[in-house]
Design a protein around this ligand. Structure first.
Ligand SMILES: NC(=O)c1ccc[n+]([C@@H]2O[C@H](COP(=O)([O-])OP(=O)(O)OC[C@H]3O[C@@H](n4cnc5c(N)ncnc54)[C@H](OP(=O)(O)O)[C@@H]3O)[C@@H](O)[C@H]2O)c1
Length: 280
């Protein structure tokens, strides 16, 4: 029987690479984009790949896709909540509207997507929800506080769901935690910064300059989106699915002080389940 995956943020980067990988491996792929016409035309030759309009800030656009999948296959086996963007203004510099817009996509986007897909996930014999978090979902970083807070939020959301979705609905839950990836992510964040006045001459400037200087001296090589897609495919077939998975050695090292006692997160959710639900 064919497997069904639904991906948000599949117009570029990790989402697109994952959509292509799974379609090429024979999965039926519903690839969320904000420009169906452009993407469907570009990838018309790829079998099993269906671009669908998914604006994660708009629950109605997600419901429409779920209605379509209900009609066509009646279930989702793997939901990949991947849409998101970076933001590099400090708490003291950003407007509340800008901060809210990060949360609208990176946090509410994931909430809306899971809520819309849940009935279809429950129709699968064994379903899986994966959300793209970040090393910034585990480690707070200077100048990235808004972005990190948004990723910490989805870490809390998915960790909580993981305590009971598996025993109750047979749905595994995983947080994908990459470090730097080659994609449109950096240019989108830098464009947003440029469009709102660029690096400001204010009290944060010395810290910003030091941060940029340290960043340029780091010789870590970003992962390709294709490497993340390969890992996503491996993850889909793992017998014991981790709650958390870093995508590279560099990412693992960066967060080691937070995860060394329980790298996959499975020990933690097992313990919580035992204490609060009296379940193994
Ligand atoms: N790149 C990194 O270094 C890095 C590191 C750690 C985690 N991540 C996470 O990885 C995920 C994928 O990012 P990426 O690196 O592949 O960057 P990307 O190439 O910029 O892809 C982001 C995707 O999300 C979509 N998107 C953004 N806001 C959306 C919204 N409101 N509704 C629907 N789709 C939306 C974009 O669509 P449009 O094309 O329409 O804008 C695009 O398809 C994100 O969650 C990001 O936070 C990235």
């Amino acid at each position: 029987m064919e497997k069904i995956i639904c991906i948000t943020g599949a117009s570029s980067g990790v989402g697109l690479a994952t959509a292509l990988k799974f379609a090429n491996e024979g999965w039926i792929v519903y690839a969320g984009t904000r420009n169906v016409e452009r993407d469907q035309k570009k990838y018309a030759s790829v079998n099993n790949l269906h671009f669908v309009e998914m604006e994660v800030k708009d629950p109605a656009s997600l419901t429409k896709v779920m209605d379509l999948i209900t009609e066509q296959y009646g279930r989702i086996d793997l939901l990949f909540c991947n849409a998101g963007f970076g933001f590099i203004r400090t708490l003291g510099q950003a407007s509340i509207e800008q901060i809210q817009s990060v949360f609208d996509t990176n946090v509410y986007g994931v909430i809306h997507t899971i809520r819309a897909a849940l009935p279809l996930l429950r129709k699968s014999e064994s379903a899986h929800i994966v959300a793209t978090s970040s090393v910034g979902g585990l480690v707070g970083q200077p100048l990235n506080e808004i972005y990190c807070a948004s990723k910490f939020a989805i870490e809390g959301l998915l960790e909580s769901l993981a305590t009971y979705y598996k025993p109750l609905f047979n749905i595994d839950v995983t947080l994908l935690e990459p470090g730097a990836i080659e994609s449109n992510f950096a240019s989108t964040a830098l464009n947003q910064l440029a469009e709102t006045g660029g690096v400001l001459e204010d009290e944060y400037k010395p810290i910003v300059d030091t941060y940029i200087d340290m960043f340029s001296k780091r010789n870590s090589v970003p992962q390709t989106s294709e490497a993340i897609a390969e890992l996503m495919y491996e993850l889909a077939y793992m017998d014991s699915k981790p709650l958390r998975i870093r995508t590279s050695e560099a990412a693992e090292q960066f967060v080691s002080h937070k995860v060394q006692g329980d790298p996959t997160g499975l020990q933690g959710i097992t313990q919580t389940r035992k204490i609060q639900l009296a379940m193994e």
